[in-house]
Design a protein around this ligand. Sequence first.
Ligand SMILES: Cc1cc2nc3c(=O)[nH]c(=O)nc-3n(C[C@H](O)[C@H](O)[C@H](O)COP(=O)(O)OP(=O)(O)OC[C@H]3O[C@@H](n4cnc5c(N)ncnc54)[C@H](O)[C@@H]3O)c2cc1C
Length: 395
Amino acid sequence: MDSRSNVLVVGAGPVGLLSALLLKRRGIEVSVVDQAEPSEARSFAVVLHPRTVEMLASFGVVNPLLWQGHSFNRIAVFADGERRALLDVPVDGEFANGGLTLPQNVLRTALEKALHSAGVKVKYGQRLLSLEQDERQVRSRMVRQKTGARAGHLGHVEDGEDLTVVSDFVIGADGYQSAIRDSLGIAMLEVSGPQTFAFFDVPHPPPMGATVELALAEHCSGIYPLHGGMTRYSFELATAPQNPLGASELGDLRRSRIPWHVSAVETVEWSGVRTFRRALAERFGHGRVWLAGDACHAANPLGAQSLNVGLREARELATAIEECLEGRHLERLTIGYAEQRHLEWRRLLAIGGPPTLGTRAPTWAAKYLKQLLGCLPATGDDLDELLAQLSVTLL
Ligand SMILES: Cc1cc2nc3c(=O)[nH]c(=O)nc-3n(C[C@H](O)[C@H](O)[C@H](O)COP(=O)(O)OP(=O)(O)OC[C@H]3O[C@@H](n4cnc5c(N)ncnc54)[C@H](O)[C@@H]3O)c2cc1C
């Protein structure tokens, strides 16, 4: 069975949903597919930078996020166990009272509702198997997964109905294990080895209210305030633990990493362990198929840069595709979208060597510069402004 659309978006994560919403609002026909079924399961907390909150507000999807999120407007930075600085989070706009933490499902639901109101329903349970493109169009082959079917790899045929979508463009917002990236033969360049993080959501009020705490040492740690009198503790671990983590492990980590927090923690509401890699796709796409979000980069979860830059990519890719559909040359994508994105990521991930520092940078900041770049919840000018508050200038 064939269907046709201007743009096929593969992946209904935050990045895919936002790109589909922006395209649809500009009058472009868009289809969105996701291999998973919508989940009611508890979702982990994500961090939105102030500039992302402002951007979402400009698209009219910020209110439910503000109701169910927790703002932060300062960052206390510790290094080697000593408090070094208290930074003001740069805010430039009328909606964001700083950055925001909230469950990822809340963000997804807000975007999906807006998309639904614009007339697009996400097709869940459809997995991209393969795609072919020529100069005029892309043919994407999908399989409708049987409920409970396990996702396999690209090219692995499963039981279920076969569907083909013919489109002018495809957006691959299909996450870190991107099948679209694989199908284009694009390699993921790992900038550092695997980093394992443990996350704990604890039912006690954030110790410093609307202030995030970042502790730099051999391994980084962070404390973010969450909605509803909750606190999120995140710790980079030396090795992946063998057993699930609970209050006792959290107690050990707090004593060794953030000993200035002396109150005991009795209960952990949720904990999880996950390995991340700092990585960048060697290209962001080709011809009529383009990547955005975790499909083309991965970063330290403490700074949440992959998600936040990914949402900006959604906006920029939607604009570039709209212009191409209106007659601009495909170079608008190659140069206007992909090259710009690549440059930003090379800087964020310090690819090509660590950035050169101005002479006023304190010794501790120079020592932990890579961690700082990955852990601060900001990018672009806002990241430069936070670094400037630490007397750090990147030359
Ligand atoms: C456990 C965990 C903890 C995290 N913690 C944090 C945190 O504390 N703070 C933070 O800000 N960020 C965190 N992140 C990162 C954040 O979730 C991602 O940056 C963000 O989800 C990226 O959004 P995305 O839309 O690019 O991709 P995703 O959210 O990964 O969405 C990709 C979608 O594509 C679908 N898909 C994949 N392959 C196919 C296919 N072949 N066909 C059809 N559909 C497909 C998937 O089902 C998925 O819904 C965490 C991520 C994880 C997994």
